[in-house]
Design a protein around this ligand. Structure first.
Ligand SMILES: [Cu+2]
Length: 275
């Protein structure tokens, strides 16, 4: 069973293995379909209609399953690899280790936002964006430009303290833990991180930037932490909600798993520490 570690604690060899598995998946055609799927859901998830991947209670179980699918695809390349997470409350500057040339690579250059360092720089020849909003096929970032600060530990604790999972109308206007973590209301955690990174990360094609997986792995860890702190509090809504994934509804695109199936990840993977 896999242990998902803080990226700041990976050894040089673990970083290399993760990067190499991502590059191998890109090269064998297995990566880009993940980008396509995410963008299709970003486009189709709407506040007043069907919503599954985002702006709805199933934001968390949907991304949990989506990350699991991606992690399994990496493990098919290298069984030693597990998803690392990026604790953006701690590793919170543009010069933090996560942006090193041995891992995610650095900020985009000022002229066109192009990432020019690390394994995913376009000039390296291994990271061409095939699923994109425009003709720019190079990875872009503008760290700290769209918004100045990543969420702090205090911001994050304030969201973990919300004891209701989610609330009607089950969308981007909801009160509750899910929507505050997703970021449509309150101090804004998950959405703000996408904006802080900028480039493709601030679009529906966000999985074009491999840091997507590390960001969402930390969001998943925060859900896990919330569950630990709120025993007996369950996923909501539990039944009969139009356009929304109830506890025992199957989720597209897999149509095999329900939120109930995904609440307990401990048989599949664990996290190295609590928050
Ligand atoms: Cu996200």
């Amino acid at each position: 069973m896999g242990v998902r570690k803080n990226q700041a604690n990976l050894t040089a060899q673990e970083k290399r293995a993760f990067v190499n598995a991502v590059l191998a998946l890109k090269a064998n055609g297995g990566y880009d379909p993940f980008v396509t799927t995410h963008n299709q859901f970003i486009i189709s998830d709407v506040d007043n209609g069907e919503r599954t991947g985002h702006r709805s209670p199933s934001f968390l179980p949907w991304h949990r399953q989506y990350l699991l699918e991606f992690e399994r695809a990496l493990q098919a390349v290298d069984p030693s690899v597990n998803l690392p997470y990026w604790d953006w409350t701690a590793d919170r500057t543009a010069t933090a280790g996560i942006w090193g040339a041995d891992f995610m690579g650095g900020n985009g250059r000022s002229s066109d936002g192009q990432v020019t360092t690390g394994p995913f720089a376009f000039s390296g020849g291994n990271w061409r964006l095939n699923v994109n909003t425009d003709s720019r096929t190079y990875l872009r970032r503008q760290l700290g430009t769209g918004v100045a600060q990543l969420p702090s530990r205090t911001d994050t604790e304030s969201v973990l303290a919300i004891t209701t999972y989610d609330a009607a109308p089950w969308n981007s206007s909801s009160a509750g833990f899910r929507n505050n973590l997703e970021g449509w209301r309150g101090v804004n955690l998950h959405n703000r991180v996408h904006v802080w990174v900028g480039g493709q990360m601030a679009t529906g094609m966000s999985p074009n930037d491999p840091v997507f997986w590390l960001h969402h792995c930390f969001v998943d860890k925060l859900w896990s932490e919330w569950q630990k702190r709120n025993p007996g509090k369950t996923y909501l809504p539990t039944a009969g909600t139009p356009d929304v994934i109830d506890l025992n509804d199957r989720m597209k695109p897999w149509n095999t798993v329900t939120p109930a199936d995904l609440l307990d990840h401990s048989g599949t993977y664990t996290y190295d520490t609590g928050f």
